[in-house]
Design a protein. Structure first.
Lengths: 244, 175, 175
């Protein structure tokens, strides 16, 4: 076996396996598992002796290969009504799919790539006229940019801040926005009106949490007309539309 | 040159991104110019520039029209521009190919198909705006879904996603 | 077209600033192209574009050559630019991100997190209707409380706020 191929050129276990199949000029539909497993494990050993950071995925595939090999060695005892299946089938499927995507990435590379093969007009645009915000397209910012901006802010602050946000927190914000909207339309609301007859557990919990948060933040007041009376919500402070 | 044709040419030239026919229709609203007329002018321009074989040509890309330098001149243009942009790694390209073909797709599926973790290449693709977050899948855990962007089409000179070779064609290459 | 002429045209097209003759001489160094030849090609191109009377022409400006749209078309080009996609500044994007994740939130808290005054980016976000005034706090000074808008959800293709990536997902992308 020659080891002149640099090991870090493999993109992962599937890539290594495809390389071995090609090197031995094997039929991908009929892989001699014993041979390929042996060679695969030898490569893994080299990776280990070279003290390379061996990704767990390589070991997972090694285990899969050994498992397939052992299955092939056992005498077939197909159960009643069950098709005899080739234990290699799933792996072959995976390899074919991976090979197809590798081809896809190469066909992408073979295209006319912008700023490698072709270039667009270089001159800076003319003066930007005052923007009409309502008609703006917003193509240039995506969710990733938003999240990344937040990460940037947090990374300047240190660890404890990082843990405070989760899915529940943002669901709560949705509910708070909704409640505030409705309170601005109508001066007051009852708790029952707020739920709109909906009884979904999650919604009721979030509504309660939202109300607690709003009271804590002193954005609303909650009043009850005597014991067991109707609970009413009011805006704590009138909200003017302008900002300044 | 016909004035309308000249305006269309000027608009394409001035636009920062490939100019869509819809956009041209919108700009010509008051003149009531039909899509057919616009398309005819566009084809006329494409042919004219192709025949001329000058420094740049008109291309249909990412759902619009854009002037681009001829690929044969790339070495000269590179001399002008000096530094070249960093090429994508094989890992990033493979990840991109999977997302392009399987979109909308979750990270776990990309990792199953590649057989390795894709956090780093995925981040590179997001940073380069070739890939974007498109939403969440409605399954337990609500994983994030990824898809390609318009910039992906622009960078790889694709009219639209249907211009990519089919998976069948790609599998044939394997044999 | 003559290859040298095509290269010159491509270089002018791709250049970010008006392209000086000296620069063209430098790029063609190995070919030993004379200034006279280059100048002849440039004049040829200028005349060709003038005669063609298309969407743009070649001009000598600021010590170099540059393609520019014909002034007669400026009204049409302005229509195009009026609806150009705009990007947010880093300050606005960071402010928006904090409001999105921490809402309902008062300005003072946003400023604590960003470490600087956010009056300007906040105004931009309010103008662009990405952020709104949700209410006022019933404490001394009655500070205003901010939250995101429906338009914010539309811009980022989110069904609701719970679709925002969580901290865990964020780390997964950034490791």
């Amino acid at each position: 076996m020659d080891y002149e191929v640099k090991l870090d050129i493999f993109e992962g276990p599937l890539d290594l396996l495809l390389y071995l199949i090609k090197k031995n000029e094997l039929d991908i539909y009929n892989i001699p598992i014993a041979l390929i497993t042996k060679q695969y494990l030898e490569y893994i050993d080299i990776l280990k002796t070279l003290n390379l950071d061996l990704a767990g995925e390589y070991l997972v595939l090694a285990a899969t290969l050994v498992h397939i090999k052992s299955k092939l060695l056992l005498p077939e005892t197909p159960e009643e009504g069950e098709e005899e299946s080739d234990p290699r089938q799933e792996l072959v499927q995976q390899l074919l799919e991976y090979q197809a995507f590798k081809n896809a990435s190469q066909s992408l590379q073979a295209r006319e790539v912008l700023e490698r093969d072709v270039f667009i007009r270089g001159a800076a645009p003319a003066e930007t006229p005052p923007a009409d915000y309502d008609n703006q397209a917003w193509l240039e910012i995506g969710l990733f940019e938003l999240v990344d901006a937040f990460r940037q802010v947090l990374s300047n602050l240190g660890q404890p801040e990082l843990m405070k946000i989760d899915l529940d927190r943002t669901s709560l914000a949705d509910r708070i926005n909704e409640i505030m909207d409705r309170l601005r339309e109508r001066q007051s609301l009852t708790f029952t009106e707020l739920l709109n007859g909906q009884r979904e557990r999650r919604l009721v919990i979030y509504t309660l949490l939202a109300l607690l948060e709003l009271v804590k933040q002193r954005m609303i007041r909650i009043c009850q007309s005597g014991p067991f009376g109707v609970i009413r919500l009011f805006l704590a402070v009138a909200v003017e539309e302008e900002h300044g | 040159m016909d004035e309308t044709k000249a305006v269309i040419e000027g608009l394409i030239f001035a636009s920062e991104t490939p100019l869509a026919i819809d956009k041209i229709v919108e700009i010509f609203q008051e003149r009531n110019l039909s899509r057919q007329e616009i398309t005819a002018h566009l084809h006329g321009l494409v042919n004219e520039y192709d025949a001329r074989c000058g420094g740049f040509c008109l291309h249909e890309v990412a759902g619009g029209y854009q002037f681009r330098t001829r690929p044969e001149l790339s070495a000269w243009i590179a001399k002008l521009k000096g530094t070249r942009p960093v090429a994508l790694t094989t890992a990033a390209l493979e990840t991109l190919a999977i997302i392009a073909y399987r979109q909308p797709v979750v990270k776990a599926e990309v990792e199953r198909l590649r057989g390795v973790d894709v956090s780093r290449p995925l981040r590179t693709l997001l940073e380069r705006k070739l890939v974007r977050l498109v939403g969440r899948k409605d399954v337990p855990g609500k994983p994030m879904i990824y898809g390609t962007t318009r910039k992906f089409l622009e960078v790889f000179s694709l009219r639209d996603l249907s211009e990519l070779p089919t998976m069948g064609e790609l599998k044939d290459l394997t044999k």
